[in-house]
Design a binder for this molecule. Structure first.
Ligand code: HAM
Length: 434
């Protein structure tokens, strides 16, 4: 036997059971995003490396240590996207969608970061992201946060807390950085080695350190909120008030900084205690200078992204069940004439009832073995067709999950019988699929 090839570390297969949860999450997210007027944008997985260097920041962990970069055959430096915001801005500028316009976009897909894998942290992970452009006031910050809150509510997630901070304007961060560096240099010897290095490269990121000794030092560090200028303070206050007006609870965390350099003003994270150290299920904020930094005209912007793996883990921890997407009906047949009828009637059923999920058995096999397969498929009902049923002009319907009698149903009544027995409601979205 040839040696087996295994998946790359940190890049996971999503098997059918888990995949049902993803489909469900995706469907709910799409419904909510569309209800708020967001339109889907589909972006490439590969972009020029330069895009992320400029957007995310050369000294961030994401760019410095975690990007999958490669040279393609013509010598171009390309990268697997580590996040979606940079590509969304690039596309918006390239297609003239951002200049003097209000835009609301959403996207989804895999992102890649070469982090150390652990539960909730992977090298390929899947995000649903939201980006809004052209709106300066806090109304749009409030909208994207409300929209994410609506998603958790809709999914039935409990105990996710909203943390908020403001990183103010560039001037705020400049003044704050100077004072923070002075403070940190005083305690340099007590900081972990990574944080010592960051004093020069990216001092604000030290606020995010999980190392206990560093955290102890940080308890006396200056707060960025004391450095906000009047417009930044007013923006943040209006954001907080707007959330309160909508009944959305939040905590202000002045040490909340983000791992990507493009943020300004309000930033936020939704966190849970139930996923250990990878408890941030969603994160985002305002990034008013990025469009300009990437060659567009000055355009205010705000957005967030949520990680599907973490949402899935949390739903699992909270025992939130999602509808299965496996087959509901398994069509068994015995004999050549029954096989031909089963294939034809199977097609007719799918046309008549597009929301029905039906497997027609394909290989010649004894009825008992077919019924075992039907049971293992997870279907609730089996259809059984032999010579007798063909002659009688119908099919036996048998419940695989309880002891109801088998029932001979004439072909014209089959679709409505199945819909009744499965307790299905006609679904507008899939109507006309065939
Ligand atoms: P981020 O905080 O880097 O922000 O990622 C957003 C979310 O993606 C995280 O809260 C987490 O749920 C998930 N995530 C990140 N890294 C991993 C990983 N290695 N494994 C599993 N899940 C992960 C951004 O990506 C920004 N682009 C968000 C944004 C959009 N800001 C403005 N607009």
């Amino acid at each position: 036997m040839s040696p087996r090839i295994q998946a790359v570390r940190g890049m996971n297969d999503v098997l059918p059971e888990e995949s049902s949860r993803w489909s469900f999450l995706h469907m709910r997210a799409r419904q909510i995003l569309e209800a708020y007027g967001y339109r889907e944008i589909r972006l490439p997985v590969v972009e020029r490396t330069e895009l992320f260097k400029r957007a995310v920041g050369e000294t961030t962990d994401v760019v410095e240590k975690e990007m999958y970069c490669f040279e393609d055959r013509s010598g171009e430096n390309l990268a697997l996207r580590p996040e979606g915001t940079a590509g969304c801005v690039r596309a918006g500028i390239e297609h003239g969608l951002l200049h003097h316009q209000h835009q609301r976009f959403w996207y989804s897909g895999p992102m890649f970061r070469r982090e150390r894998p652990q539960a909730g942290r992977y090298r390929q992970f899947y995000q649903i992201g939201v980006e809004a452009y052209g709106m300066e006031g806090p109304g749009i910050d409030i909208e994207v946060i409300a929209l994410s809150a609506r998603l958790w509510q809709n999914l039935g997630l409990r105990g996710v807390r909203l943390q908020l901070n403001s990183l103010g304007s560039e001037d705020t961060r400049g003044r704050y950085r100077t004072d923070l560096v002075t403070f940190l240099q005083r305690y340099q010897g007590k900081l972990d080695s990574d944080s010592q290095r960051r004093i020069i490269t990216n001092p604000l990121r030290i606020l995010d350190s999980k190392v206990p000794a560093t955290q102890a030092v940080l308890s006396d560090a200056p707060s960025i909120l004391d450095y906000l200028d009047t417009p930044a303070r007013s923006h943040f206050d209006r954001l907080c008030k707007g959330l309160s007006d909508l009944g959305i609870e939040y905590e202000v965390n002045h040490r909340l900084v983000r791992g990507l350099d493009y943020y300004t003003h309000g930033v936020f994270e939704w966190v849970t205690e139930e996923l250990g150290s990878q408890g941030t299920i969603c994160a985002g904020g305002r990034y008013d200078h990025l469009v300009e930094q990437l060659g567009g005209s000055p355009t205010p912007a705000v957005g967030f992204a949520t990680g599907l793996e973490r949402l899935g883990l949390l739903m699992n921890a909270q025992k939130i069940l999602v509808p299965g997407y496996g087959p509901q009906v398994y069509f068994c047949w015995v004999g050549d004439s029954a096989r031909a009828v089963a294939l034809q009637e199977g097609e007719r059923l799918r046309r008549a009832c597009p929301i029905l999920r039906l497997i027609v058995h394909t290989e010649p096999m004894g009825l008992k073995a077919q019924l075992r397969k039907a049971d293992r498929s997870g279907a609730q009902l089996a259809l059984i067709l032999g010579e007798d049923e063909v002659a009688a002009g119908g099919v036996q319907v048998k419940s695989l999950r309880d002891n109801y009698e088998k029932l001979l149903v004439p072909w014209p009544e089959l679709a409505s019988t199945l819909i009744n027995q499965l307790g299905m409601k006609p679904d507008d979205q899939t109507e006309g699929l065939f």
